[in-house]
Design a protein around this ligand. Sequence first.
Ligand code: SF4
Length: 238
Amino acid sequence: MELQELSSRLSGKSIIESLKELGSIYPGEVVFTTSFGIEDQVITHYIFTNNLPVEVITLDTGRLFPETYKVFAETSRKYKKDIKVFFPEHEAVEKMVTTKGPYSFYESKENRMECCFVRKVVPLNRALKNKKVWITGIRAEQSGNRSGMTDLEWDETKKLFKYHPLFEWSLRDVEEYLRENDVPYNSLHDKGYLSIGCEPCTRPVGKGQDFRAGRWWWESDSTKECGCHVRYSESKAL
Ligand code: SF4
């Protein structure tokens, strides 16, 4: 199906209706990746409480915050549904950490991209294999490389559709939804963390700072992505 056709199939539909529609067009081929951030928790709530035909998966990089594991456990307990975990290939992690140490990512952009590739991009590619639709928690107001996107896209690199159901939501919308629906969330959000990734590469964001300013803050360029949503697979940085 072409992007235009799929877009018109979803046009005017609610989030629940859209996810149902995607699941019926591509049965068993719709996957949602969660890192347990607040946007992801909203989508998880939609999927699990409505039994939507979407597989929920997460990437465990091995460097996550204890608070992230806590919300993972709380989410599993609350909804009593499986969240499928993908780990990095152990040989690649062992080789990287043996030769470069546990904090190689602070030393150069190349090392940081290598770590993100090994710990995130490779497991993500495994999770997305043979899938047709990738659901994400991206919102339009999250800036940087993500501006200029639309809620439904064709990813030519991964050869699948990407659908961002909360694309038009504000941060306030997300926070209100969590509160009104008693959705578990990562307690780091109450301590100034907005975008939460790996523990050594994430810090709180000051008032008025960019959404992803707390990620890889030591790097001088403005690219605040791990390679999951951009075409790093084609770049030398890998
Ligand atoms: Fe490695 Fe940091 Fe990327 Fe996590 S965010 S995979 S620790 S470089």
